[in-house]
Design a protein around this ligand. Sequence first.
Ligand code: NAD
Ligand code: IPM
Ligand code: MN
Length: 359
Amino acid sequence: MDHKKQTKKRIAVLPGDGIGKEVIPQAVKVIQASGAEVGFTEFDWGADRYLRDQTTVPPDGFAMLARDFDAILVGAFGDPRVKTNIHAKEILLGMRFKMDLYANIRPVRLLNAALCPLKGVEPKDVDFVVVRENTEGVYTDAGGVFKQGTADEIAIQEDINTRKGVERIIRYAFEYCEQHVKLDGSPRNKVLMCDKSNAMTHAGGLWQRVFKEVSAEYPKITAQHMYVDALCMQMVHSPRQFDVIVTNNMFGDIITDLAAGLQGGLGMAASGNIHPGRTSMFEPVHGSAPLIAGKDMANPFGAILTAAMMLRHLGFTKEADKIEAAVLEAVRLKKTTQDIGGGLGTTEAGEWVAKRVAS
Ligand code: NAD
Ligand code: IPM
Ligand code: MN
């Protein structure tokens, strides 16, 4: 049966490990409360399954996800019992790479001034998006080790950047900028490319050339450039200047944890792994946080905002709006977990949002 022909959208749910298993049920509950016409199928891919039967991704797992589902909702992967982290690599990076989810969209929004560790910074000052290349760079894990364990050991980690990969992500950033407005309704109008082309001249050179070419096709959008080190300082010093940032896989990973700090921490950050027209995957930016796992402490809002992002992607605009408004209200009323100043547990915070969404 071709599920995509049904009106009810089908969501594959992969809670994964650690706090992923706590925050994802809250996100699912909130989606259900929103009334969005979706059906869920849960999968047990993760550390427990791997330790039980050595399966990371079942045979044809990615083809099944692409064929049978409209979107994938993921928690996090990473477990101290799996030292190699092989399951996370095969499942999470597997989805990104093998399903070619080349655009990792990480919105950075401050919902309430009280959440920002910087003084005098308000929600209007933090409303940008990082467009992270998601299928190339050092994440391809190309390279090798030679003479391992000897004094002559050599380790090589290649940074792979293709013309096609660089061009499509830069183009995505410009298209995103053209098609999205800020939370206050004002248009987006700047795309900043972040690299380290002063030191990494080969890869940086390709990004620079492609950025120049593609930006010329979008004369209404201001094209800017910043080295990644300078960008880190500016993000803390004056975050207001940022609008759309496009960067490679590794820098995108690092700067979005920094950016999560502006939003109140990792518990508040959402993301989507997108290939336009294909089954895409949505996950909070945070990991499995083993130290707080199993304690009903994890902030579910990153996962819930991720669910809203997924619903918006699937066309459930009203439902996504309702969810985002409910999280905003929860933050305002401090109906939150401890990490952002409230006194609720993961489940209570999720339930508060679900009730608000349903009302
Ligand atoms: P992490 O994001 O799990 O945690 C970093 C810090 O942020 C910790 O102090 C943690 O307690 C806090 N934190 C994270 N999410 C939170 C939440 N929802 N509520 C409250 N506090 C939260 O990063 P880490 O500790 O570097 O990594 C732990 C494991 O997760 C590792 O195995 C790592 O590889 C993996 N990881 C997976 C993903 C993913 O699957 N998408 C992302 C990042 C890290
Ligand atoms: C993220 C994570 C992953 C990444 C890890 C778990 C491989 O940190 O999604 O930000 O580096 O992309
Ligand atoms: Mn990360």
